[in-house]
Design a protein around this ligand. Structure first.
Ligand code: RIB
Ligand code: CA
Length: 308
């Protein structure tokens, strides 16, 4: 009987997702139950294939469940310009040997929540799969011990539009469904990610660790690290890695802010934006526990452990 924390990860790998997954696989305190895969950074066929390949590299015998190929209502652009056409830096890696499960991600989420009530659910991509699971089974939140979402931009400094962050901007309707259904959830937003940038030189030193995982990650991340250096300067931002560190070690947080939050699903200029009620004027429940900071030393610990 393991006393490790059961962990289910919904993800759209994606280069930064990949580092977060390696962190989860490396945690001695967590049992990764499975990976439910969404479209987002790139199309579902690539995100599923990337998840299978990463499990192979990490020797992680973890089931991979394909999810929704498109957002709930309106189409959205991917982020291939950041992650590469295949989502893993277009390295042409050898196809994974293993196949994905036949069970849909939304159904797997429901089943695993019954098998492991109280599980930790970490969402690193668009929330389409979780929203579908909630429509199929509205009692799902009662069996989720803790939900952590990487997404949003809590003062409107977006990365996919002026005010929207990619994950929630890709499927705002799904995010709205999730935020309405859960009484509370942890949120690691894009603006916090920008405050936890990683010096490129330090990342390159870590990736020179000489292990198969480090070598694979160095290859798939090269393109997005070069893109980032050109566009954002001396720091690289691993959004999902920060989110996963907060999920694996909440004690490393330097503070949380509890606030009511909404996702804009209409509007001409701000579809997908997260509207935080910072002053409590709406009287809406303060469901979001917004991470205010994480100890950089602990983030670096998890990032390096992931590559060992
Ligand atoms: O905005 C950053 C988020 O969008 C990360 O999860 C990244 O992988 C992309 O999905
Ligand atoms: Ca992601």
């Amino acid at each position: 009987m393991t006393d490790r924390i059961p962990l289910l990860i919904d993800t759209d790998p994606g280069v930064d997702d990949a580092w977060a997954l390696l962190m989860a696989f490396a945690s001695p305190h967590h049992e990764v139950l499975g990976l439910t895969i969404s479209a987002g950074n790139v199309g579902l066929a690539h995100t599923v294939r990337n998840a299978l390949k990463l499990c192979e590299i990490a020797k992680a015998d973890v089931p991979v469940f394909p999810g929704c190929a498109v957002p709930l209502v309106f189409p959205a652009d991917d982020a291939a310009y950041v992650h590469g056409r295949d989502g893993f830096g277009d390295t042409g890696y050898l196809a994974p040997a293993r196949r994905a499960e036949a069970e849909h991600a939304a159904l797997a989420m429901i089943r695993l929540s019954h098998a492991h009530p109280g599980l930790l659910l970490v969402c690193l991509g668009p929330l389409t799969n979780l929203a579908l699971a909630l429509r199929l089974d509205p009692t799902l939140p009662s069996r989720v011990g803790r939900l952590l979402v990487m997404g949003g931009a809590v003062t409107g400094q977006g990365n996919t539009s002026a005010s929207a962050e990619f994950n929630l901007g890709f499927d705002p309707e799904a995010a709205h469904i999730v935020f309405e259904a859960f009484e509370s959830f942890d949120l690691v937003d894009w603006e916090l990610v920008l405050r936890h940038g990683l010096p490129h030189a330090e990342v390159e030193a870590w990736l020179a660790a000489g292990t198969p995982k480090a070598a694979f990650y160095r290859a798939i991340s090269r393109r997005t690290r070069e893109w980032s250096e050109d566009r954002r300067g001396s720091l690289w931002h691993c959004a999902d890695g920060l989110a996963m560190a907060a999920a694996l070690e909440p004690e490393a947080a330097t503070g949380w802010q509890h606030r009511a939050i909404e996702v804009e699903t209409g509007g001409r200029f701000a579809r997908g934006a997260t509207i935080v009620d910072w002053t409590g004027r709406t009287g809406r429940p303060a469901k979001a526990r917004i991470l205010a900071g994480l100890d950089p030393a602990r983030l670096h610990h998890w990032l390096r452990l992931a590559l060992a």
